[in-house]
Design a protein around this ligand. Structure first.
Ligand code: G
Ligand code: G
Ligand code: MN
Ligand code: NA
Length: 250
């Protein structure tokens, strides 16, 4: 297989698409935003998961081009949403390591007319870990634009507590692995409680990922979690489908 070289052509061949997954306030049930999730429809192999092709794009450096496309495209789409929900975009470590990132973000905002307050960038602890001084400088530059930053997959990386102490985050996204065990494992539930308490005391809202059942959502509500995302609330879907079903007006 020559996936890596196929990927190089995928963008031009319009095989890449962005799906959007809803994020909801647990207390009000209202939509707060949508996470942009890249999809690849390979002409012969069918749908390929980003978990498979993002690493290839990172190795080849193609991720810079793909990432710039996702950023521009998602900002452009979100700029016409009514009401103006947030759009959350995943950043790869390679994109974050590139000093052009703030410029790229500014360009995407200007080209789309999207308000900076409508844009959230998601990054993981692994992304920040490589060079912490540089990462802090980069995060400050991006936040100075009025763009918010979410810490993705929280709880799976290392040095979690130090990361929270040292970096300015606007949201913590609690990794979905805790959710699958929350109803059966007292340990998972205890960790969720601890993270929610941490978020409260640091005044950082927490979003629980991977909510699949009403029981999980109810438990998170009782524990005071702020936002939820997961198949129960909505699967990632093409924008056109969300428009057709009336979830988004544009
Ligand atoms: O959507 P799905 O659960 O299949 O995504 C798998 C992984 O790919 C997740 O970790 C997600 O963050 C990542 N991913 C999805 N879209 C993008 C993207 O546009 N850029 C980057 N860097 N990662 C993405
Ligand atoms: O790493 P990141 O959180 O960006 O990854 C998001 C991925 O999680 C997407 O690929 C999306 O398809 C997947 N996802 C979203 N909601 C759920 C869910 O409720 N259950 C499971 N198993 N995966 C989910
Ligand atoms: Mn994410
Ligand atoms: Na995540």
């Amino acid at each position: 297989r020559h996936l890596a070289s196929d990927l190089r052509e995928a963008l031009e061949n319009r095989e890449l698409d962005i799906h959007y997954q809803v994020q909801t306030s647990i207390s009000t049930g209202q939509i707060t935003g949508y996470e942009a999730l890249l999809r690849w429809r390979h002409p012969r192999l069918g749908n390929i998961s980003p978990a498979e092709f993002i690493p290839l794009a990172e190795e080849s450096g193609l991720i810079l081009k793909l990432g710039a496309w996702v950023l521009t495209e998602a900002c452009l789409r979100a700029a016409s949403w009514e009401p103006p929900y947030k759009v959350a975009i995943n950043l790869s470590p390679v994109q974050f390591a590139h000093s052009d990132l703030p410029k790229l973000v500014v360009e995407a905002l200007l080209a789309s007319g999207l308000s900076p307050s409508q844009l959230e960038l998601e990054l993981t602890e692994t992304t920040i870990f490589a060079d912490r001084d540089r990462s802090l400088h980069m995060l400050r530059q991006i936040r100075a634009l009025g763009v918010s930053i979410a810490l993705d997959d929280f709880g799976t990386g290392y040095s979690s507590l130090d990361t929270l102490r040292s970096f300015p985050f606007d949201k913590i996204k609690l990794d979905r692995s805790f959710m699958s065990e929350v109803e059966s494992s007292p340990q998972a539930k205890a960790i969720i409680r601890a993270v929610l308490a941490l978020g409260k005391s640091l005044s950082i809202p927490v979003l629980a990922e991977g909510i699949e059942t009403a029981g999980q959502l109810e438990l998170l509500r009782l524990e005071g979690c702020d936002e939820a995302q997961g198949f129960l609330l909505g699967r990632p879907a093409p924008l056109q489908q969300l428009l057709d079903e009336g979830h988004i007006v544009a």
